[in-house]
Ligand binder design. Structure first.
Ligand code: OTD
Ligand code: ZN
Ligand code: ZN
Length: 346
């Protein structure tokens, strides 16, 4: 098979940033994806419906004309989020989902939730109205090794939460471990997970062998090879519980190449081709559309996109750097050649 045509895909987890960088990076996402769940970890975070509505307008101003792209907004949960505001924002069509950042778990998460109990009233309302909770699933306990933080989060936070609220609809964002895969597979239909391209392509060696490689650093960090294999099986296995969420998280090159480099991988420019390469390697091209374009809308209870996109087997060099409206950013796969290319969209 040298070409593949699928329904237009969606990105169920992306960071579009703000200001000039927003203008520079949004076209990469809007060109390919019909919709994207936009993360709210700005400075200050997007904690109210009014802020989300303003942010949505700034995003739309950065979307190239004719893209037909719709950003889906999320509410950044804090210890003091009001259940009524979340429910009202959802009812008004502004919030598609709410996002749980354990305080300190990742970039701009300082205002996140310090103890899950603090947001139980919000989560109870979300359970009742069927609103999706997107979760950054890592504990921040300094005693827990960074490579274990996702697995420990499942045991200490997620499993108990779902015992208390068995109907809550949860997406475990950017799953990185076999424990996450097993947990999601064993849970009810109300639990799903997104998987990034980088966690399908790299294990932790990519970060640490032959020198420290800041462009392979993101949170949650890439794990051992056995986890990457579990993620590849989950993504390509045809289950509707795992779907596309790039976690594209651009940072300026100099901010990553630093004594304390930022976490995040900018994969938006070639995300779809990157995922497709994995499905090709796993001999699962027939399951690609489900992962990229069908499973996400089914979980979020949204229609699938109308258009289609066709990719062709063809060598595509990835540049070493890209310019995002004045900010130099190193994309995922920089300097490599990808074996697929977007041919057309209808
Ligand atoms: N991970 N970087 C960022 C967010 C994600 O946890 C995430 O969703 C970011 O820079 O916003 C990252 O490594
Ligand atoms: Zn996250
Ligand atoms: Zn993210």
């Amino acid at each position: 098979m040298n070409t593949i045509t699928i329904r237009r895909p969606d990105d169920w987890h992306v960071h579009l940033r703000d200001g000039d960088v927003l203008t520079g990076v949004t076209p990469y996402t809007a060109r390919v994806f019909g919709r994207a769940i936009v993360m709210p970890n700005l400075v200050p975070p997007v904690t109210t419906a009014a802020m989300a509505d303003d942010y949505r307008r700034r995003i739309m101003a950065a979307v190239p004309a004719g893209s037909g792209f719709t950003p889906l907004m999320t509410c950044y949960l804090t210890d003091s989020t009001s259940p009524v505001d979340v429910a009202d924002g959802h009812a008004a069509g502004i919030f598609t989902a709410a996002k749980l950042y354990p305080a300190g778990a990742t970039t701009n998460s300082a205002s996140g939730v310090t103890a899950i109990r603090n947001i139980y009233p919000v989560l109870e309302v979300m359970q009742r109205i069927g609103m999706v909770l997107c979760v950054h699933g890592e504990v921040t306990d300094p005693e827990i090794d960074i490579f274990d933080r996702e697995a420990v989060f499942i045991d200490r936070v997620l499993a108990p939460l779902l015992r208390d609220m068995p109907g809550l609809r949860v997406v475990m964002e950017h799953a990185t471990t076999s424990q996450a895969v097993q947990f999601v597979e064993g849970a009810g239909d109300n639990i799903a997970a997104t998987i990034t391209p980088q966690h399908l392509h790299i294990n932790r060696n990519a970060m640490l062998v032959g020198g420290i490689r800041p462009h392979a650093y993101c949170l949650p960090v890439a794990k051992r090879e056995e986890h990457r294999q579990a993620l590849r099986r989950a993504a390509t296995g045809g289950s509707g519980k795992f779907f596309l969420g790039t976690d594209s998280a651009p940072h300026a090159k100099h901010m990553k190449e630093s004594g304390c480099g930022c976490a995040g991988i900018f994969n938006a420019p070639h995300a779809l081709e990157s995922y497709l390469t994995v499905f090709d390697q796993e001999d699962a091209l027939d399951r690609f559309e489900r992962f990229a374009s069908l499973a996400g809308p089914a979980f979020y209870r949204l229609p699938v996109n109308e258009g289609t996109i066709t990719l062709v087997r063809s060598e595509q060099p990835v540049p070493q750097v890209l310019d995002a409206a004045g900010t130099t950013i190193v994309p995922f796969h920089a300097g490599e050649t990808i074996g697929w290319k977007i041919l057309s969209m209808n």
